[in-house]
Design a protein around this ligand. Structure first.
Ligand SMILES: O=C(O)CCC(=O)C(=O)O
Ligand SMILES: [Fe+2]
Length: 323
């Protein structure tokens, strides 16, 4: 690794906390043994094979969201596989491992709630960002991310990068007064952050992580994925995001306790696929469509509409409803 990592045993709460406060990240070398990683990675592969119509993916090249069963270039494996933890216990076991949840809890100052995750088989090549742009906590800063290497990272596989200290840059306020990214203003955010990085003399750090290493990132740390120099190289990782528990309280969310944290049981992300994309290889997800749209469920229950699928094909897609 090209940075000083903490050995798991070295990291007392105080040490980790002060490094995290100073740099905005903590790197835990050799945190998970290989077989623990292999168990989760093979469970994810099995899930992608066996339940492709239930996994929501974002194409890393086009940004297009679909089910894995509908992906247009699956052979590239160049996708973010979203929220696999909702369907995969092995992934939850990794993301909510006992010591990890207590470290995350120490950093957040309250129990962590696993609220979203992305798995990757390739480098994400994501431009600079802070995770709180998209997963914006109600209480500013009350979010942490755990980046887990599922295999060794190579300099050419698109290693993750960050700007240590950038979590102290004051949060940018968008026109609606929030810190949540708006698509129209994201270029302004890039300008702001580039100027701030330059003014503060912050330097880019590259993580050549090894399988089993964990990087814990502050909500507001500027980070991303380097370009992939060798497209033949894979870069398996699991990236999990956790809100502090207080942010999830009184929102009527179903929080399932695991070790010293929780995961949020919820519907997967909505997909807006063309009606013709559903068929034998990707059946229409009737149950989740009805769960997502109570007005449609009422119409179906009252026999005013034959099914959720009928509704989606006739109206829902045009109305911009997700399935
Ligand atoms: O692994 C990477 O390239 C970064 C991933 C990331 O930042 C994210 O999923 O939020
Ligand atoms: Fe990120």
């Amino acid at each position: 690794m090209n940075l000083a990592l903490n050995q798991v045993g070295d990291i007392g709460p105080g040490v980790g906390q002060s490094q995290f406060e100073r740099d905005g990240y903590l790197a835990l070398e050799g945190y998970f043994p290989a077989q623990r990683i292999d168990r989760a990675a093979s469970a994810v592969r099995r899930l992608l094979r066996e339940r492709p119509a239930e996994i929501v993916v974002d194409c890393l090249q086009t940004g297009q969201r679909s089910f894995w069963a509908q992906a247009s270039h699956p052979q590239t494996r160049s996708y973010s596989f979203n929220d696999v933890h909702l369907l995969c216990e092995e992934v939850r076991e990794l993301a909510l491992e006992s010591q990890l949840t207590s470290t995350l809890g120490d950093l957040l100052g309250e129990p962590p709630v696993l609220c979203s995750s992305s798995s990757y088989e390739r480098g994400s090549s994501q431009p600079k960002h802070i995770d709180s742009l998209h997963l914006t906590p109600r209480t500013p800063h009350s979010l942490v991310t755990a980046w887990i290497a599922l295999e060794d990272v190579h300099a050419d596989s698109g290693p993750p990068i960050c700007y240590p200290g950038s979590h102290r840059i004051p949060l940018y306020s968008f026109n609606d007064g929030t810190h949540h990214a708006s698509r129209d203003e994201i270029l302004d955010w890039f300008d702001y952050i580039d100027v701030q990085i330059r003014l503060r003399g912050l330097r880019k750090k590259t993580f050549l992580a090894r399988k089993g290493d964990v990087l814990i990132l502050h909500a507001d740390l500027v980070h991303g994925g380097s370009p992939i120099a060798d497209p033949k190289r894979s870069q398996g990782s699991l990236v999990s995001h956790y809100f502090g528990k207080a942010d999830c309280a009184d929102r009527g969310m179903d929080l399932v306790p695991v070790n010293r944290g929780y995961w949020m049981r919820r519907l997967r992300q909505p997909v807006r696929a063309e009606p013709q994309a559903f068929g034998p290889t990707c059946p229409f997800p009737e149950a989740s469509y009805l769960a997502r749209h109570p007005d449609v469920r009422e119409a179906v229950d009252a026999r005013l509409c034959p099914s959720g699928e009928f509704h989606y094909r006739a109206h829902g897609f045009r109305e911009g409803r997700g399935v």
